[in-house]
Design a binder for this molecule. Structure first.
Ligand code: FEO
Ligand code: CA
Ligand code: CA
Ligand code: CA
Length: 749
């Protein structure tokens, strides 16, 4: 939705359409030999679900290809909805666990929801709930893979677009209040009040909150728990990376905050997440690039820095203008002397990097490892690359084998990456905290995906030893540290496949296959003549709303590593599902969606270990005239269970046929709409209790479309959850909800 960058910063020539068309014309869609026969629903439903993961993250057995994924769905699909509430199937109910602004400690006042708080956000639940996970705590206060009756919930707070709700009269610049800024908007940058800026910085980050069931069985968060903690845009961080390159990495991180580059401050725009097998949390930094600013008249640090920044969208050229991204955090009256504000100004006023914040953007764009059960300093895992991290999903861990983490870079025409640890998995590291993280996430190999148009793919390593990288002319890499920190440039150099905005990944616990949502693209980035087999559609939105061309409804791709090995450098892929409006026509609605399961712009993606259900969450702007965003349940199959198809793209007189591989049609038996959100919200972030009898779902930015305050009262698009009794009523709030079955049963089956 609007809080996402529409900008694309990838000008590399990878996967140009001419190449794809030539290959397609030479190799027609007759590769049935690559595709296994379909798996019938009857077979799926007759075999009990077999968890390959034994409670998650421990010494799971090697995945079994073709194993059943789940039993049949057991709820009635709900209709699309434009109501201002969470809508669920018959027999299900929800409660709010916590919402933006809820206090973590009783020593500060309850939330007013009037924007009158002072800078207390380090002791309140943050804003824009996103990725999350549940961590059970054992009797020693360490992570447990099994239900101990005690748990903490960790939630990313992506934040960004709705900060006008956190001030009494909207956001203020140059003394004028009533404004609403997005970090992606250009606006006339004026002087901002310090208190507003501190509140905005500190409602970003991550919350760690103890949760549990009360006497009546309702899940609640625990006020004053010693586990309650916030990580914010100002929290100290440790810069961690491979030993051989750590000095070079830290040289890129030197700022006036730490002249050694060993530490930095804060995490921003934490979107999807990851959970490690040893029981820590990865908060992924997505749209961090848009928070920085260069004042009018300032000059680039140097040509290489400018090239780096342009590839990441740190500063929109020309940055000499008085408009830019950012929320004006560098523009307070004291920014020249107080580097809590000055750090967002990335010009180079000092004599060296140790005297200013020219390198501050280099300290963002990572997976941040947090131990939810200790107060240890979070670690930025540089070995996993720097880009717009959406989420970091661990493949099924196998004792004695390296671990693989799959990561999307969410912007149009960006890539899917894989990190493979040097260390091999040992179940004795469960509960090992950040020390285990140092073992598995500092040393390893970073790859990027290339999807061939014949249903195969390759992992291309990002290593300075590759002549394509060491000889890359667009950005001249200094060393391997530079490759990790400028991974987008390195991925360009090796020829990765530009995707339709990779959002979450998820791993099917039944067979280890990896799924990724491609949320959408537009005509500028995915014209008919720019399609490829893995991103095969370019068409006109069904009602002409939103956009003409591109892939407005998105799709879900999946792949299977060769021999199911974390270290594989090749894989097989197909497309699990295409988003579409049910009446869009067969050439667009390629998955045969109906009124009970049609959707647009898949974003969050997650497999239940308890049930094997693949849950799909949407963050949409193309179908929101018909429905608010939603959550769907799918029974997965396996790569190759469908067939090869021809996709006929026609937009404004341009037509081209693109071949692709598609999974077996699911039908309403295997794909159903389970939840529809309140107005203006996206549905993102999902996890479960170990018994599968509660799922936790995040409702992010209800009422995002509420206009700036201006002169009058808010014209609310949504007033959820206050309109359902979650006090205090008034302004809309992001929230974690807990969904249970009225009969106490397992969710979804
Ligand atoms: Fe924050 Fe890419 O969704
Ligand atoms: Ca997302
Ligand atoms: Ca999104
Ligand atoms: Ca539409």
């Amino acid at each position: 939705m609007s809080h996402h960058s529409d900008d694309a910063f990838n000008d590399s020539p990878n996967e140009h359409f001419q190449d794809v068309l030539e290959r397609s014309s030479q190799t027609p869609l007759n590769r049935r030999n690559l595709i296994r026969g379909g798996i019938g629903l009857a077979a799926l439903s007759s075999i009990p679900f077999l968890s390959a993961c034994g409670g998650g993250g421990d010494d799971a057995p090697a995945p079994t290809p073709g194993a059943p994924s789940a039993r049949a769905l057991g709820f009635g699909a709900i209709d699309k909805s434009l109501l201002d509430n969470v809508i669920l199937p018959a027999g299900y109910t929800y409660s709010v666990l916590h919402a933006t602004g809820d206090r973590l400690v009783s020593s500060i006042p309850a939330y007013t929801n009037l924007g009158t708080e002072t800078d207390e956000w380090t002791m309140r639940v943050g804003d824009h709930h996103d990725g999350m996970d549940l961590f059970y705590v054992n009797g020693s206060g360490r992570y447990s893979t099994t239900d101990t009756g005690r748990a903490v919930l960790v939630v990313n707070h992506e934040s960004s677009a709705d900060a006008h709700f956190f001030h009494a009269n909207g956001q203020t610049t140059n003394g004028v209040s009533g404004k609403k800024f997005s970090q992606f908007d250009s606006w006339d940058l004026g002087v901002r009040p310090e208190l507003e800026v501190l509140k905005e910085i500190n409602h970003h980050g991550v919350s760690v909150v103890e949760v549990g069931k009360n006497a009546s069985g309702t899940w609640e968060y625990k006020l004053d728990s010693l586990y309650n903690r916030r990580v914010t845009g100002q929290s100290p961080m440790r810069i961690a990376g491979p030993a051989a390159h750590l000095a070079d990495i830290r040289a890129l991180m030197v700022t006036a905050f730490d002249s050694t580059g060993a530490s930095s401050r804060g995490t921003l725009n934490n979107c999807g997440h990851g959970k490690t097998p040893w029981g820590t949390y990865l908060a992924c930094e997505e749209n961090w690039a848009a928070y920085f600013f260069m004042p009018a008249g300032s000059t680039d640090v140097d040509a290489r820095t400018k090239t780096s920044r342009q590839r990441y969208g740190v500063i929109r050229a020309p940055h000499a203008a008085a408009t830019a991204g950012s929320q004006g955090w560098s523009n307070t009256a004291t920014a020249g002397t107080d580097n809590r504000f000055g750090r967002w100004n990335v010009s180079a006023p000092g004599a060296s990097a140790a005297q200013d914040f020219r390198n501050e953007p280099n300290t963002f764009g990572f997976n941040v490892e947090i131990d939810p059960l200790t107060s240890g300093t979070p670690a930025k895992r540089v070995a996993m690359g720097r880009f717009a991290h959406e989420a970091a999903i661990c493949g099924l861990p196998v004792v004695g084998q390296p671990l693989a983490f799959y990561m999307g870079c969410d912007s149009r025409n960006e890539y899917i990456y894989k990190f493979v640890s040097t260390a091999v998995w040992s179940a004795s590291d469960v509960g090992g905290g950040l020390a285990a993280g140092d073992k598995y996430l500092n040393e390893g190999r970073l790859y990027v995906a290339k999807f061939n148009d014949n249903g195969t793919g390759e992992w291309l390593e990002l290593n300075i030893a590759n002549p394509l990288i060491s000889g890359y002319a667009t950005y001249v890499f200094a060393n391997q540290a530079d490759v990790l920190v400028n991974a987008r440039h390195a991925a360009d150099a090796v020829g990765a496949t530009k995707m339709d905005r990779p959002e979450w990944g998820a791993v099917n616990p039944a067979n280890g296959e990896i799924y990724f949502t491609m949320t959408n693209s537009n005509n500028a980035n995915r014209p008919v003549t720019g399609t490829n087999a893995a991103n095969p559609r370019s068409y006109t939105d069904n009602d002409g709303r939103g956009q003409v061309g591109g892939n407005p409804n998105g799709h879900i791709i999946r792949f299977k590593e060769t021999a199911n090995a974390s270290t594989a450098t090749t894989f097989a892929w197909d497309i699990f599902l295409f988003g579409a409006e049910a009446d869009a026509g067969a050439n667009i609605n390629l998955s045969g969606l109906t009124a009970k399961n049609d959707f647009s712009s898949p974003d969050g993606l997650w497999f239940s270990k308890a049930t094997g259900i693949c849950w799909i969450q949407t963050d949409d702007g193309a179908y929101t005239d018909q429905s608010n965003c939603m959550l769907l349940a799918a029974i997965p199959g396996s790569v190759g269970d469908g067939g090869a198809i021809a996709v006929n793209n026609t937009v404004a007189g341009v037509s081209a046929t693109q071949g692709t591989f598609i999974g077996a049609a699911l039908g309403e038996a295997r794909l159903r709409r389970f939840l529809v959100s309140p107005r203006g919200a996206e549905v993102t972030g999902i996890t479960e209790s170990a018994d599968g009898r509660a799922i936790f779902v995040n409702i992010q930015h209800p009422g995002e479309g509420t206009p700036a305050l201006g002169a009058g009262p808010f014209a609310f698009e949504s007033q959820w959850p206050g309109n359902q009794g979650y006090a205090p009523a008034g302004r809309p709030r992001s929230a974690t909800i807990v969904i249970t079955r009225i009969d106490g049963g397992v969710i979804g089956l």
